[in-house]
Design a protein around this ligand. Structure first.
Ligand code: 5GP
Ligand code: MN
Ligand code: MN
Ligand code: MN
Length: 287
């Protein structure tokens, strides 16, 4: 793919807290008040309802999901990606009224990471998986991979979908942290994935945050990806960027061009108490 704008890796990319200290001098980060989900949908708009990091905790109806047209989930819908967890999540989605549901994976949704399942299955044992569990469960459900269990949603993985002319792109990758799924090195490895994001993207969904927005951890460290922010600001300019992963970064901010939404449902203690975030997106002319 040829890119109109080539993003350069930041020299401090692998030291994100340090990088942000330098970058923030030229950055605007303003808090945005989320809209009240009981507000009627604006005319000629599509209502999006955003979730992330539900970690198998919403399936018993623990949180109220507001009505809307399209439900978006930014990953970590399970704890360790067990086929039973995936099945429960998909069945729960089937009970929700939204016309379309879109989901990406996060680092906890281990069974969606082909590298772990096909090449490094041994590694899954660190997370309580047994070697045979993959085959047994898949055989029990009559499938060859967990993606086949996602029958009630569109699953995105470095891929996109268009809804009434609104372009949505999803990607699960985040910087290496404790050796989970979809981990890549900061810098060029992650930038190679961000280079796949089309410039026409209106709503970007990634599991991890960009640097500086919803990415501050409880220990005051910034965990976001520098090259993701560069890609958003210098090349793609989406209207919305939805993510989670840093649970304590829940909330909404803007740089004046893109609205950043950390929709982590679970708190840092994995309690599902943060409400889903809602926004209305105008339907483009001609749709
Ligand atoms: P999860 O395990 O659900 O992916 O992430 C849970 C928590 O781990 C986050 O809320 C955050 O506190 C911490 N965490 C995740 N990724 C990073 C990271 O890259 N750096 C730091 N310092 N903490 C992280
Ligand atoms: Mn999580
Ligand atoms: Mn664009
Ligand atoms: Mn995560």
């Amino acid at each position: 793919m040829s890119l109109d704008v080539i993003i350069k890796v930041h020299p401090d990319s692998d030291k994100p807290t340090q990088a942000w200290q330098k970058i923030q001098v030229h950055q605007k980060v303003e808090k945005v008040t989320p809209m009240d989900p009981s507000t009627p949908i604006l005319a000629n708009h599509i209502r999006f309802v955003c979730l992330s990091d539900t970690h198998s905790k919403i399936e018993k109806g623990q949180i109220k999901i507001p009505d809307g047209d399209v439900l978006l989930h930014a990953g970590d819908f399970t704890n360790v990606g067990l086929p039973s967890e995936v099945k429960n999540y998909n069945e729960y989605l089937g009970t929700l009224p939204h016309r379309l549901k879109i989901t990406i994976a996060g680092n906890h949704d281990l069974s969606f990471d082909d590298y772990l399942v096909k090449t490094n299955r041994q590694h899954l044992s660190c997370f309580g998986w047994t070697e045979s569990l993959v085959e047994e469960k898949l055989a029990e459900y009559g499938i060859t991979g967990v993606k086949e269990l996602m029958t009630n949603c569109v699953y995105l993985q470095d891929s996109g979908v268009s809804v009434c002319g609104i372009n949505i792109w999803g990607s699960p990758w985040q910087p290496v942290f404790c050796d989970w799924g979809f981990n890549l090195e900061r810098g060029q490895q992650l930038l190679d994935k961000w280079n796949l994001i089309p410039e026409s993207t209106d709503i970007l969904i990634t599991h991890g945050p960009p640097i500086g927005h919803g990415d501050k951890c409880f220990d005051e460290q910034h965990a976001g990806c520098v090259e993701l922010l560069s890609t958003i600001q210098q090349r793609v300019l989406p209207k919305y960027h939805l993510f989670g992963h840093v649970h304590e970064g829940y909330g909404m901010t803007t740089d004046g061009k893109t609205t950043f939404i950390n929709a982590s449902t679970c708190t840092v203690k994995y309690r599902p108490t943060n409400p889903p975030v809602v926004f209305d997106f105008p339907v483009p002319e001609g749709f």
